[in-house]
Design a binder for this molecule. Structure first.
Ligand code: PGA
Length: 234
């Protein structure tokens, strides 16, 4: 069983979601399929696909104009929430500290957080990839986690770029994350790979040791491609 999560980012209409859910409902798969959609598309009662959000407030309630709480996400039908995506870290200055508070909130609200970590090209060139992802994992998670969480390794330089790290690079990064999680008492936490996953490369990627599935951006918007990804991940 692999986890196949789509990240729609700021894309999609209700009609698009209907079409995608219809396409996925025809697929026979053992894989767990998750679609993380904009807040306005969250809905409950969908079969075959778990619906997730893409962000969560670090606060439970109150005077935080524009924010959406974990309880609200749950009520709207979300089961999962992406936390600390690189676009949130980049454009909204989310630090590991903020990400950790959001992960805590997600867990308290009964949501499974999909926590994103990954190095920039600059950090990669400086040979800092392993240090960066290790500290991101350690600092982005609360110390006392007992519930389900999912980690997504998303090298920032490969997101939306049409290029992926080599098999060895993915294997090495996932090993560092798996070891860090193990040290934190979180053995068995699924680790997804994300960034430029497509129907052609998904089979090779999910065959890599410690890769528990994929987080898919662009290709998750196209029903044919996303369905092929779900079917090809074994
Ligand atoms: P991509 O995005 O698949 O379009 O590279 C992945 C992501 O940002 O989650």
């Amino acid at each position: 069983m692999k986890i196949i999560a789509g990240n729609w980012k700021m894309n999609g209409t209700r009609a698009d979601l209907d079409t995608m859910i219809g396409a996925i409902s025809k697929v026979k798969t053992e894989n767990r399929v998750i679609l993380c959609v904009p807040f306005t598309l969250l809905r409950a009662g969908v079969e075959n696909v778990a619906i997730g959000a893409q962000d969560i407030s670090a606060h439970a309630k109150g005077a935080y104009t524009g924010e959406v709480s974990g309880a609200m996400l749950r009520e709207a039908g979300a089961k999962y929430v992406i936390v600390g995506h690189s676009e949130r870290r980049m454009y909204h200055d989310e630090t590991n500290d903020i990400v950790r508070q959001k992960v805590q909130m997600a867990l308290e609200s009964g949501l499974t957080p999909i926590v994103c970590v990954g190095e920039t090209m600059e950090e990669k060139r400086a040979g800092k990839t392993f240090d960066v992802i290790e500290s991101m994992v350690r600092e982005s998670l609360p110390t006392d986690v007992h519930d389900d969480i999912i980690i997504a390794y998303e090298p920032r330089w490969a997101i939306g770029a049409g290029i992926t790290p080599t098999t060895q690079e993915i294997a090495d990064a996932h090993k560092v994350i798996a070891d860090t999680l193990s040290y934190m008492g979180l053995d068995g936490t699924p680790i997804l790979y994300g960034a430029s996953v497509n129907p052609l490369n998904v089979g090779d990627i999910v065959a890599i040791r410690n890769v528990g599935g994929v987080l898919v951006g662009g290709a998750s918007l196209k029903p044919q491609e996303f369905v092929t990804i779900i079917e090809s991940a074994k």
